[in-house]
Write a protein that binds this ligand. Structure first.
Ligand code: PLP
Length: 392
């Protein structure tokens, strides 16, 4: 089923993750010897005359070969026992929560991706699972929130959107496991280049693959990677299959194409983000720079241990003068693009309060910045000019 021969591909273990990623595991198409595998679009497969499906393929909703190729790379990157690609990050995340039973208890962070928090608060309640929100960057608070024997899932996001607080994955895993719960990590912003949560004791990793993994703002996709192929994982597999949450083959192809350059992109974005954060910190019209790479950030020491090679490409700034001034800064940029989302090659700026609404813990003078691949000097000059104009 997999298009490779031993002579083409030395054992995976021989090469670094960066090399395997650049070549999408070195898979080629056996039939044509194509370096880039074809996109498998079929929805259905021929049954053998004796009624068997020896290829393992039956129908397109549970699985797809182009999707499997992405999943092999995701599993390799995170060091997992299996991976699944979904039609969005939200689809991946909700699949985990839908695998819980009524009566179960979940702990989730107060600062997390807002749409998932809203779904947990407003819609998931009907499922009969109790959800408590705590500041998971404070392990004592997390320890106080888990209910041994009842909590089945601890969900964390690190660094967390849009304040970029950092949660100790190994510490959270120990607390979750002592209570009999699984730990799932939304690692969208850290990416597998900077952090590998499964190595730190997490049971599941989730990504909005829409962001850094794809990297080009042209695919909506999500991913889960599991530490173990256990009963819980098989339930999540069934949820994806029955609910049709699988990523489409064209999107899977584009995602794989984007992921081949993930390592380079993330490293460049980390370098630019750190440099920009230092420039912003020197401005008196910015009251706070929220970036784990800065020594003043409360999560800096932990991030330095937990994130290898950089602190990520995401930061937020709080503009002195309040919400109106912050919105004016976003109005005056030219190179930064005024848009939601993150992790693409183009730098984005967003007044986060406008999208998260009144229930959000996000301050209303906060601008979220996703640092892309443009010249960092141009990005600084553009934002400084916008700050000057907003000052009037
Ligand atoms: N998690 C984080 C940290 C995100 O930033 C996002 C999207 O913005 C999501 C999850 C949801 O992903 P998607 O938009 O692919 O459904």
């Amino acid at each position: 089923m997999h298009h490779q021969t031993p002579s083409d591909t030395p054992s995976d273990a021989a090469w670094s993750k960066a090399s395997l990623l650049a070549q999408a595991m070195g898979r080629i198409d056996e039939a044509t010897r194509a370096v880039t595998p074809p996109i498998h679009v079929t929805t259905t497969f021929i049954r053998d005359p004796d009624n068997q499906y020896r290829s393992g393929n039956v129908y397109g909703r549970p699985d797809n070969e182009t999707v499997r190729e992405v999943e092999a790379v995701l599993s390799m990157l995170e060091g997992g026992a299996g991976a699944m690609a979904f039609g969005s990050g939200m689809s991946a995340a909700t699949a985990v929560f839908l695998a819980l039973q009524p009566g179960d208890h979940v702990v989730a962070p107060t600062v997390m991706y807002w749409a998932l928090r809203n779904w947990l608060k407003n819609d998931y309640a009907a499922w009969g699972v109790a959800v408590d929100f705590v500041d998971t960057s404070d392990l004592d608070a997390l320890r106080g929130a888990v209910k041994p024997g009842r909590t089945r899932l601890v969900w964390i996001e690190t660094p967390s959107n849009p304040m970029w607080s950092v949660t100790d994955i190994a510490g959270a895993a120990a607390i979750a496991h002592a209570a009999g719960a699984r730990l799932a990590v939304d690692s969208t912003v850290a990416t597998p280049i900077l952090t590998r949560p499964l190595e730190l004791g997490a049971d599941l990793v989730m990504h909005s693959a829409t962001k850094y993994l794809n990297g080009h703002s042209d695919v909506i996709a999500g991913a889960l990677v599991t530490a173990r192929d256990d009963d819980f994982w098989r339930k999540v597999v069934r949820i994806r299959a029955t609910q049709g949450k699988i990523l489409g083959p064209f999107e899977a192809y584009l995602l794989m194409r984007g992921m081949r350059t993930l390592d380079l992109r993330v490293r460049a974005q980390c370098d630019s983000a750190l440099w920009l954060a230092q420039q912003f910190a020197a401005r008196d019209d910015i009251s706070h720079v929220l970036y784990p790479g800065l020594r003043e950030h409360p999560g800096h020491a932990l991030a330095a241990r937990q994130m290898r090679g950089g602190f990520g490409g995401m930061m937020s700034i709080r503009v002195a003068g309040g919400a109106a001034r912050a919105i004016a800064v976003a109005a005056h940029v030219a190179l930064w693009k005024r848009a939601t989302s993150l992790g693409g090659v183009e730098s984005l700026i967003e007044h986060r309060g406008s999208i998260e609404g009144p229930d959000s813990p996000c301050p209303d003078d906060l601008l979220r910045l996703s640092v892309g691949l443009e010249s960092r000097e141009d990005l600084a000059a553009d934002l400084f000019a916008a700050l000057d104009r907003a000052r009037g």
